[in-house]
Ligand binder design. Structure first.
Ligand SMILES: Nc1ncnc2c1ncn2[C@@H]1O[C@H](COP(=O)(O)OP(=O)(O)O)[C@@H](O)[C@H]1O
Ligand SMILES: [Mg+2]
Length: 472
């Protein structure tokens, strides 16, 4: 090893370059990300399936669409789908920030307006902040109503609390035009024509919107298991249904599923076959690139609500064990192969110098990701290589370096903890050795205790037989 500790190893910035020993999977992953294909990763646990899926997501461009539902006034149980891209959203944001009407100083508006809005003093005519209780120049009470014992209870359009004054402006032809004056929160006065006033109200009313898939979402969505509502979305039940006064309007009860949240990103289905029946829906979503959201519980008020064609244009990355291949839906599998790749991950690599270096990079990566453990001395890395060889012989029945890296990752972390407890500067060979002993799997521990698995099983069987039939 041409380093003293793993701190000298520089780690690649490209997340796919951090995946070691799976060269083919890595090059295919780049194609998958660029061409928006699907990918089925078949392989043993701990060989990097999840890691590859995350890496693909991280090299995708960030999502550019936001998906929301709008209240449908005529048919509340059919909320209106609205898709806005980032340019439109940026424009709308600007519009919102845009000042409506004209902002004026108290001296630029008619005196009675300035007085009613609490700027102008009735006695001396000087202006001061409407929040001041007394005129700043003559000391007169600016809010005389307070003198009445019930002043605070009486509605009074003349106090600044009203905040808005309606007036009529005469133009040259003697036509009256309604004008609205308002106090701004910066002690200025906003002047709006009636048209502007109406426009602003309409723009505020557009807020009957629920964003179900936000623009700033992660590009990686993982599903495990066969929870249909999690996968496909749902419309929550409301005991008051769509009762206009006390119920929650349907559009607010719509929630997106993983297939929608993964729109423009990666949908990672770990253990594909655990999806069961839901594989069918997944297939439809992949074909149509959109999928309806409705209440999944037929007896719930949510099941009468539907939002059609909610976008679900994702890259599917599925993972599974080789043994589970037969239980994968053939239609789904052919869909993936028709527009994507199927790939078996390596479980070992040759014991070459280049691959030993990769293993050292792996050790450095694991350490830097953990952040609570010190770097490893080069002898410790040698010990990991030794263990990698041993595991390869034990599981693959041949020489090489194992790529079932989760096991090794566990040993590195354990060794790191041991050295951290000792306040050692580096992870040393002795830490690795101790960790290997501790990290043995239940089977290996049994093997040590009973020579081999067969007699361990028999011993257990024998003791159970003595205890009588199982009750569980
Ligand atoms: N090929 C690999 N290259 C680098 N690290 C790996 C690799 N495979 C596994 N690891 C390490 O082991 C951990 C578990 O791997 P993971 O991707 O979850 O395996 P899988 O999903 O195949 O069971 C990863 O987070 C990573 O730290
Ligand atoms: Mg995994």
């Amino acid at each position: 090893m041409d380093f003293e500790s793993t701190s000298e190893i520089s780690l690649p910035k490209d997340p796919l370059k951090r995946v070691i020993g799976q060269e083919e999977a890595v090059s295919i992953s780049r194609i998958v990300a660029r061409q928006k294909r699907h990918l089925l990763l078949v392989g043993a646990p701990g060989t990097g399936k999840s890691m590859i899926a995350r890496a693909i997501a991280s090299i995708l461009p960030p999502p550019s669409q936001e998906v929301s539902v709008l209240h449908n006034l005529e048919r509340p149980e059919r909320p209106i789908l609205s898709i806005r891209n980032n340019e439109l959203l940026a424009r709308e944001k600007k519009q919102k920030q845009k000042e409506w009407g004209k902002v004026l100083s108290p001296l630029e508006v008619p005196e009675f307006v300035s007085e009613k809005l609490g700027f102008r003093c009735k006695r001396c005519g000087e202006s001061s902040s409407p929040r001041a209780l007394y005129c700043q120049s003559c000391g007169a009470d600016k809010h005389p109503r307070r003198d009445s014992p019930f002043g605070d209870l009486l509605p009074n359009s003349e106090t600044p609390e009203a905040g808005r004054v309606h007036a009529v402006r005469m133009d040259d032809e003697g036509e009256g035009e309604p004008i609205i004056y308002e106090r701004t929160d910066k002690d200025k006065i906003r002047q709006l024509t009636y048209a502007e006033f109406k426009q602003r109200s309409a723009s505020n009313a557009k807020k009957l919107r629920k964003v179900i898939v936000p623009l700033g979402r992660p590009s990686f969505v993982q599903v495990v298991g066969n929870n249909e509502t999690e996968l496909l979305g749902d419309v929550r039940h409301d005991p008051y249904g769509s009762h206009p006064e006390i119920g929650t309007p349907p559009y607010l009860r719509v929630t997106a599923g993983a297939i929608h949240e993964a729109h423009e990103g990666v949908l990672y289905v770990d253990e594909m076959t655990t999806l069961g029946e839901a594989q069918r829906y997944l297939l439809t979503a992949m074909q149509e690139k959109k999928f309806l959201i409705t209440g999944r519980n037929p007896s719930s008020a949510g099941s009468t609500v539907r939002v059609e064609e909610v976008p679900s244009d994702f890259i599917l990355v599925g993972s599974m064990n080789i043994n589970d291949l037969p239980s994968l839906s053939p239609a789904l599998r052919s869909r993936i192969r028709g527009s994507g790749y199927e790939l078996v991950l390596n479980t070992f690599m040759d014991d070459t110098e280049a691959n030993q270096e990769k293993m050292a990079q792996f050790v450095a990566q694991e350490i830097s990701m953990d952040s609570r453990i010190p770097h490893a001395a080069s002898e410790a890395v040698e010990a990991i290589l030794e263990e990698s060889r041993r595991l390869c012989r034990a599981t693959e029945n041949r020489s090489g370096l194992t790529l079932r890296l989760r096991n090794l990752s566990g040993i590195i972390k354990l060794a790191g903890d041991l050295s951290a407890i000792e306040e050692a500067e580096l992870i040393e060979k002795t830490h690795i050795k101790k960790a290997i002993k501790k990290a043995k799997s239940a089977e290996e521990q049994l093997e040590d205790k009973y020579d081999n698995m067969w007699s361990a099983g028999m011993a257990d069987y024998g003791s159970r037989a003595r205890q009588g039939p199982e009750t569980a």
